[in-house]
Design a protein around this ligand. Structure first.
Ligand code: HPA
Length: 275
């Protein structure tokens, strides 16, 4: 049974560490530098955790890190699972469910995304305010896991307004340029055709990527507040369509990292350590 597997993974981790973790963080492609601002106290390889899926993407390390950012206790996923790697949706969201059982009170997510909005520039940060799920599957499909949440979870506020307001305050204080917008998820792994980029823009999206939405759905099912940021790693407006390479995506993500690090530090500083 799924809940039993989630509990077994959480119990195994709790046998190894009793460190607190109030905020869970998922690092996106090219964004593992968030680990550089963390005082890591314990590192657990995904491969050692029962039932934990192991990431197959080379640019993703596979570790669960326990420690602190700005004195705030966090657990960080250094590397995430993507649907395009061949995992089932329940495998993709398995770590989020485990982190909830470990005690996180909110989830921070970063990802690399293509910019569909004509005002966006390379390496901009975009706070995700809403999303469109174009993955061909849903992590909540099948028998509901009653221990985690209800059958028909509300999605009227998928991204926490208080965390968004906090991010805007921190960005203003630190002079970090922030965009806000709608993220659309696709399964990938191929990038989009020009016609597909136009369609996604027409549907109302500002950025497109291959992750995040499954984890957000699973988090909201468990009533976990979510804050998510896209780093714009390629521009996909009709006048800007260019060849997208993984090297280009990683380079643009790397360039945005100081801003992302400053934003996360500023936010966690302002969130009480005990909450
Ligand atoms: N499309 C989909 N996923 C992405 C992109 C993109 O242009 N850039 C980074 N991830």
């Amino acid at each position: 049974m799924t809940f039993q597997r989630i509990s077994q993974a959480a119990s195994y981790i709790r046998q190894l560490t009793s460190l607190p973790c109030y905020t869970g963080i998922i690092c996106g492609t090219g964004l593992s530098g968030l680990a550089e601002i963390m005082r890591v106290k314990q590192k657990i390889s995904y491969a050692n955790i029962p039932h934990f899926p192991v990431s197959t993407v080379e640019s993703h390390a596979g570790n669960l890190l326990f420690g602190e950012i700005a004195s705030h206790p966090v657990v960080m996923m250094q590397g995430r699972m993507h649907y395009y790697e061949g995992y089932s949706m329940s495998e993709v969201v398995f770590p989020v469910r485990v982190m909830k059982l470990l005690g996180i009170k909110r989830l921070f997510i970063s990802n690399a995304a293509g910019g569909l909005h004509s005002n966006f520039q390379l390496s901009d940060l975009m706070i995700i305010c809403d999303h469109i799920n174009l993955h061909p599957d849903n992590p909540l499909r099948g028998a509901n896991i009653d221990e985690l949440g209800t059958r028909f979870p509300d999605m009227s506020q998928p991204y926490d307004p208080e965390l968004i307001a906090l991010a805007e305050k921190v960005a203003e204080q630190k002079g970090i340029k922030l965009q806000k917008g709608v993220y659309v998820s696709v399964s990938g792994p191929n990038l989009e055709t020009p016609a597909e980029y136009r369609m996604l823009r027409f549907l109302g999206a500002d950025a497109v990527g291959m992750s995040t939405v499954p984890e957000v759905i699973a988090a909201r099912h468990m009533d976990l507040p979510v804050f998510a940021v896209s780093v714009i790693t390629d521009l996909c407006t009709p006048t800007h369509i260019q060849k997208v390479t993984i090297e280009g995506v990683i380079a643009a993500a790397r360039k945005a990292e100081p801003n992302l690090q400053a934003l996360v530090i500023g936010m966690l500083e302002k969130i009480q350590e005990s909450s």
